[in-house]
Design a binder for this molecule. Structure first.
Ligand SMILES: *[C@@H]1O[C@H](CO)[C@@H](O)[C@H](O)[C@H]1NC(C)=O
Ligand SMILES: *[C@@H]1O[C@H](CO)[C@@H](O)[C@H](O)[C@H]1NC(C)=O
Ligand SMILES: *[C@@H]1O[C@H](CO)[C@@H](O)[C@H](O)[C@H]1NC(C)=O
Ligand SMILES: *[C@@H]1O[C@H](CO)[C@@H](O)[C@H](O)[C@H]1NC(C)=O
Ligand SMILES: *[C@@H]1O[C@H](CO)[C@@H](O)[C@H](O)[C@H]1NC(C)=O
Length: 413
């Protein structure tokens, strides 16, 4: 576990170009909302951007302040909870709009990092010009900070670094206005990774202990400034890629019982920083566990489920997937097979949560892709950590609670 404190998993989003490419060909008829992916025929390049791992430069564990209220928060109605509507891009990226100063940005919501960043007007790279850039001269509420900022991502093939500096400004999200939110203005970012992203920047929802530069994360500022009732959020991702604007919801400061079925199951975090839990067992067929007491992080910034490479081999064997089915880090599978594949069962907090094959196999207009991948083909895994991405989140409602350091989970309605 120790190395994870130093080498963290950051955003890991996957653009499934293969699928996007084929969806693209057919979607001109269907008028799918697309920005920036239109001319994407270079599948290899995008598929390559499978996993990104950032190394925390400096980390200092620190949790929510003493202000944390201990009163029980009961959600009365959904309308009382500030809610950010998410856009779903091909079931691989979930993002929403925020305003910094007076400028609007689309930001990817990432539960495995804790910083907010957007491209800076001081970045003249082509990739920056393709996105909204923050211009501090246009903001009356801007306060300079200037500390250097760097995030490093390690993909399977290349190290990827974003650089910039810190600035402070007003942040608006879901109708709430945070004063003095410190964020990073990015002046250099890798084109290969962000060229085709529909989002401008990333909004980290992790704990302060993994925040680079020890910047107070937006969620904690929302809470400390009295804008939300508790330092928690709830997340629902929709999985119908034909409805991009109905991508799901990020509820700030509360939970909405009308959005899930039955009771929430509370699971303490096994480690604070990421939303990391110990999963009792994960199994594909009864009697054969893929793992037991596995460490897993819930990562809305990852598209698929990332498993240790040995586990991936076992899963692929079970599915009849061979090396020939591999397309740049993901595995295709015949859609005809989906109906005969087993249900995946996660035993979390002594309760079973099941994921049918129709959830863990992604179907893009007849091209099916396995929802399992691994960051490396060989040795260097994330010390056996499972990364439960959007494929996992799809059927679930999860509340992420920084105060009680736990998640609460239920099937969504
Ligand atoms: C930034 O904003 C200032 C003030 O509106 C403007 O003069 C300047 O041209 C802008 N910079 C860029 C690169 O757009
Ligand atoms: C924001 O920063 C300004 C200037 O440093 C300060 O006067 C103000 O109290 C801060 N507001 C909050 C809510 O932190
Ligand atoms: C970035 O996108 C532009 C336009 O979509 C394209 O011309 C360019 O080749 C792309 N660059 C990379 C590195 O993908
Ligand atoms: C910049 O922001 C960091 C993180 O919030 C803070 O620790 C530091 O004091 C700030 N520096 C300046 C010069 O405002
Ligand atoms: C997905 O959305 C489309 C467009 O709104 C709709 O026609 C279709 O029925 C939806 N599919 C599912 C499985 O709900």
């Amino acid at each position: 576990m120790q190395p994870l404190k130093k080498v963290g998993l950051g955003i890991t989003f996957l653009l499934l170009a293969l699928l996007v490419g084929s969806a693209e060909a057919k979607s001109s008829r269907r008028k799918i909302h697309r920005v920036g992916l239109q001319r994407d025929t270079d599948q290899r390049k995008i598929l390559r951007n499978l996993g990104h791992q950032y190394k925390v430069i400096r980390s200092k564990p620190r949790l929510a302040t003493a202000q944390a209220e201990t009163t029980m928060f009961t959600a009365s109605s959904s309308s009382s909870i500030p809610t950010e509507t998410l856009t779903n891009s091909y079931n691989t990226e979930y993002y929403g709009q925020v305003t910094i100063g007076s400028q609007q940005f689309q930001v990817l919501f990432d539960t495995a990092s804790a910083n907010l960043w957007v491209p800076s007007v001081k970045c003249n790279q082509k990739v920056c010009l393709q996105h909204n850039r923050y211009n501090s001269s246009r903001s009356k509420t801007y306060a300079a900070n200037g500390s250097a900022f760097q995030i490093e991502y390690a993909t399977r093939e290349e190290a990827v670094i974003l650089e910039g500096f810190l600035s402070t400004d007003r942040l608006k999200i879901a109708g709430l206005t945070v004063k003095n939110q410190t964020f990073a203005e990015i002046t250099s970012m890798p084109e290969s990774v962000f060229n085709r992203s529909n989002f401008d920047g990333i909004f980290g929802l992790g704990f302060r202990s993994i925040s680079i530069g020890d910047v107070n994360p937006p969620l904690l500022n929302l809470f400390e400034q009295g804008l939300i009732e508790a330092p928690l959020f709830s997340l629902i991702l929709n999985r119908n890629a034909s409805e991009p604007s109905n991508g799901g919801q990020l509820l700030l400061g509360g939970s909405d019982p009308t959005l899930y079925s039955g009771c929430l199951t509370y699971v303490p975090l096994s480690q604070v920083g990421y939303w990391q839990i110990t999963v009792g067992s994960i199994s594909l067929d009864t009697g054969s566990d893929l793992c037991s007491n596995c460490e897993a992080i819930i990562d809305a910034g990852t598209s698929l489920i990332v498993v240790p490479s040995a586990t991936l081999a076992a899963i692929n064997l079970r599915f009849g997937i061979t090396a020939a089915d591999k397309r740049d880090g993901v595995y295709t599978i015949s859609c005809d097979k989906v109906s005969s594949l087993p249900v995946l069962t996660f035993n979390i907090g002594r309760r079973d949560f099941t994921l049918p094959a129709s959830s863990y196999i992604l179907n893009y207009d007849g091209t099916c892709v396995s929802g399992f991948t691994s960051l490396s083909d060989g040795g260097n895994d994330l010390t056996g950590l499972w990364v439960l991405g959007d494929v996992f989140l799809g059927p679930l409602y999860i509340e992420f609670d920084m105060e009680y350091k736990r998640i609460a989970i239920a099937p969504k309605l």
